[in-house]
Unconditional design. Structure first.
Length: 382
């Protein structure tokens, strides 16, 4: 929610700060600058530190920085706060991925990540659909302040979560695999593919609301309903996709399917106008987002094992979020230069096609199931 809550209010922010589409897109991208720069340090800390402490610091920083963005009249201050908000989410996200890696074996890890991504989807739904609908009754600044309230609630229940209790097979005090031995061509291809995936997916999330209101002339509330359909597609797809990847023992087929769906969806946005068909396309777009990127993060973890899951997953996610950050600036620049959203969707479609070809170069081993997987991972840790 902290990532995308400014997106529906680009026009209001442009008025408040006296900036252009590029300036609004830069506020969007500033989050991902902080996120990307903090992911690897946060992931490394998650391999060694207590998760509850990392969660607590992350939630406190997230609440404060979001309140600053909601209330300040200074564009540079808002920009700095968005960078720090990205750092706060990096702390909580890498701690979550570390917990998934050490507490779930490969044959159920996709399902666990599916639950995690469904929760993320609810936050995105709040940011892009519920908040725009509520904006017809409440000031957008008050709505942005809902994030600090949610952070306070998370901090209140954190002590009872028990996330610092050790789990069976969790590494504790043993020497960890040297990071340099884990960096290879396969990880590089996974990383670049993740970058391109989130560049296109977050480009859609970041600019579709403005496309709906400025080009198709929907009201902000109507645009919020359509974004709700996108996010409903995303949330309804991610958990079944996780279960399916567990059952077939592979992650890459889902990456292929999700990328192809995004490619078709971007082409559709170039030609489809107002009407029922747009709602159908919105749901399809969300479904593609649900399976296009996350399996790559899980695959990166499984290539190295749980002992370095924090830092390795953060490398992949850092690249992906760099793509997200570029989406705000680059697509904003394209829009300022061309004045056409068609140029944005055509660019996103071309990048998706290139990503699909790149993903075919990733190596993936078929997973064993059940006790075999758990035994292998346990021996790897030992």
């Amino acid at each position: 929610m902290a990532r995308l809550n400014i997106v529906p209010f680009y026009p209001e922010l442009m008025t408040r700060f006296g900036t252009s589409y590029t300036g609004a897109g830069t506020l969007f991208s500033a989050f991902f600058l902080g996120y990307s720069a903090s992911l690897i340090p946060a992931g490394s800390a998650a391999d060694y530190a207590y998760p509850r402490r990392q969660f607590a610091i992350g939630f406190m920083l997230m609440g404060v920085t979001t309140a600053v963005v909601a209330l300040t009249s200074s564009y540079p201050v808002a920009l700095a706060a968005r960078v720090l908000a990205g750092a706060s989410v990096a702390m909580t996200f890498t701690a979550s991925l570390k917990l998934v890696a050490v507490r779930f074996t490969r044959d159920v890890r996709g399902k666990a990540v599916g639950v995690m991504d469904t929760a993320t989807g609810f936050g995105t739904l709040m940011a892009l659909s519920v908040i725009p609908v509520l904006s017809q009754w409440f000031s957008y600044q008050y709505l942005l302040l809902s994030v600090p309230l949610l952070c306070a609630g998370a901090l209140a229940i954190l002590p009872s979560a028990g996330i610092d209790r050790p789990s069976p097979g969790e590494p504790s005090g043993r020497p960890r695999t040297p990071l340099r031995t884990l960096l290879d061509r396969n990880l590089a291809i996974i990383t670049v593919s993740a970058l391109l995936g989130l560049f296109t997916a977050n480009g859609a999330l970041g600019w579709l609301p403005t496309h709906l209101t400025e080009v198709l002339k929907y009201t902000k509330v109507q645009g919020g309903y359509i974004m709700g359909v996108v996010l409903a597609g995303q949330m309804s797809g991610v958990y079944p996709a996780g279960i399916l990847s567990d059952r077939i023992g592979r992650r890459l087929p889902l990456v292929y399917v999700g990328t192809a769906i995004l490619l078709v969806s971007f082409l559709g946005l170039m030609v489809i106008g107002r009407g029922v068909l747009l709602y159908v396309l919105a749901f399809v777009l969300g479904t593609g987002m649900s399976v296009a990127v996350t399996p790559l993060t899980v695959l990166a973890i499984e290539n190295v094992g749980p002992d370095r899951a924090g830092v390795i997953s953060s490398i992949t996610v850092a690249a992906a979020q760099a793509g997200s950050g570029l989406a705000g600036v680059i697509f904003g620049w394209v829009l300022d230069r061309t004045g056409s959203f068609t140029a944005i969707w055509l660019t996103a479609a071309a990048i998706s096609a290139g990503r699909l070809l790149l993903a075919t170069q990733i190596r993936e081993h078929h997973a064993l199931h059940g006790g075999q997987t758990a035994a292998i991972e346990s021996r790897r840790e030992a």
